[in-house]
Design a protein around this ligand. Structure first.
Ligand SMILES: CC(=O)SCCNC(=O)CCNC(=O)[C@H](O)C(C)(C)COP(=O)(O)OP(=O)(O)OC[C@H]1O[C@@H](n2cnc3c(N)ncnc32)[C@H](O)[C@@H]1OP(=O)(O)O
Length: 388
């Protein structure tokens, strides 16, 4: 049974002063139900993606979704977590509930509140999603981890600073037109390329503009089966949804290959019966610019070691061969961990239904999504197709 997205909601991402985790969750949940044209009583299952790891004193958060409306009381609700791919883990859990016929309508919510946590503690919380015995002491948290990956990539394939700056500049430029984005500033290539007081090195060869943002935010969507979806206002179908989990320690893998990402894309394209060239755009996990560069290679846009060419030739710009991160990506849109994967599915659905406003990719027909937890540990690929 094919699962479909039939409604959604997205909060603004950023430093949301005066907002609470509970407020974010209940707001997007209510808006997604309204967008789908169903009531709380129609929901058969609830899945919440929430990473936490110390960002909120409140754990055990699935029941917070019930506070959206009294009619959600007694509905099955579960929180799922898979590091920075937590949102896609929640989406996949929801798809499963639809596929086995456990629920006609599933409400999937992703949320995180990160900016109330002081800087050094943010890094300590995030690094818990790495292999602690070997990687827990890396300075600068996940930026440190990806800084090591970038340095190793530079050693194997040469200095990639130009390509990383091109990726950062592209995503910041795209983010300007996204009303949900945390940062809507077009920094330009030169600013991203040059070290400066405003753009210092953070870890290894990665500067501040090579890093995703620390954000608050939430997104939600409603899933149902294809038959029901065809009778609703809008329907975006999962042509494919794949999950590939890899070993946690980086030492057990060639970390420059992102093999889990490659495997997830291979499986998804095969199961959808399409090639990369059939996709209109991709939302990919640019937690750091080096990740987007390696993902170009893992998804098959460039041979190994040649991802830079894709960036420098503008192939992934909005009007290019395959637009990547038209939303601005994690780089400009922001990265509230539990919300990110859900947000990617929401924004892709908006693109396919022509509801993406300023970030609309012209004639978008088929959208790809790659959401990643850790350094290519949790790998989720979805291929979405509008059917109504
Ligand atoms: C698999 C995964 O997904 S792992 C990814 C998990 N997420 C992360 O690791 C988050 C990575 N990012 C970060 O940790 C932080 O954004 C950092 C370390 C890069 C920067 O943080 P800080 O140095 O504390 O910056 P601070 O918050 O003080 O802001 C200073 C300025 O830089 C800007 N800024 C902060 N972060 C960024 C960023 N990532 N990109 C661009 N500008 C930024 C701020 O807006 C501010 O600008 P202003 O002076 O004009 O007001």
């Amino acid at each position: 049974m094919t699962a479909c997205i039939v409604g959604w909601a997205h909060s603004r991402f950023g430093k949301l002063e005066g907002e609470t985790l509970e407020g974010l969750i209940t707001k997007v949940a209510a808006e997604a139900l309204e967008h789908a044209g169903i009531g709380p009583q129609d929901v058969g299952e609830i899945v919440l993606g929430h990473f936490n790891a110390g960002f909120s004193p409140q754990d055990f958060t699935a029941s917070l979704v019930l506070q959206t409306d009294d009619r959600l009381r007694f509905k099955p609700a579960t929180r799922v977590e898979n590091a920075c791919a937590t949102g896609s883990a929640a989406v996949r859990q929801g798809i499963r509930a639809v596929e086995v016929g456990a629920a006609k309508f599933v409400l999937v919510v992703g949320a995180e509140q990160m900016t109330t946590t002081p800087g050094p503690q943010v890094q300590q919380n995030l690094i818990r999603a790495s292999y602690m015995p070997e990687e827990g002491d890396i300075p600068a948290g996940f930026a440190g981890q990806f800084g090591k990956i970038a340095a190793a990539y530079f050693q194997r394939h040469g200095d990639q600073s130009d390509a990383l700056a091109a990726i950062a500049a592209k995503n910041h430029r795209n983010g300007v037109d996204n009303p949900y984005a945390h940062m809507r500033r077009d920094f330009g290539y030169e600013f991203c390329r040059q070290e400066s007081d405003k753009n210092p090195f953070v870890a290894g060869p990665l500067k501040r503009t090579d890093c995703s943002l620390v954000s608050d935010g939430a997104a939600a969507l409603v899933l149902t089966d294809a038959t029901t979806a065809l009778s609703m206002r809008r329907a975006v179908a999962f042509r494919a949804n794949e999950h590939v989990q890899d070993f946690l320690p980086m030492s057990k893998r060639d970390i420059l290959l992102f093999e889990g990402c490659e495997e997830a894309w291979t499986r998804a394209l095969k199961s959808a019966g399409v090639t990369l060239d059939d996709l209109s755009f991709v939302e990919t996990h640019d937690c750091f610019t080096i990740a987007e560069l390696i993902e170009y290679e893992a998804m098959g846009l460039a041979p190994r070691g040649q991802g830079a060419k894709v960036a420098l030739e503008g192939q992934t710009e909005k009007g290019g061969r395959l637009p990547v991160n038209p939303s601005g990506g994690l780089k400009a849109k922001g990265h509230p961990i539990g919300a990110t994967g859900v947000s990617m599915h929401v924004l892709t659905s908006m693109q396919l239904t022509g509801e993406a406003g300023g970030i609309q990719v012209k004639d978008a027909k088929l959208g790809g999504i790659f959401n990643m937890g850790g350094a290519a540990v949790a790998n989720y690929v979805s291929i979405l197709d509008r059917i109504r």
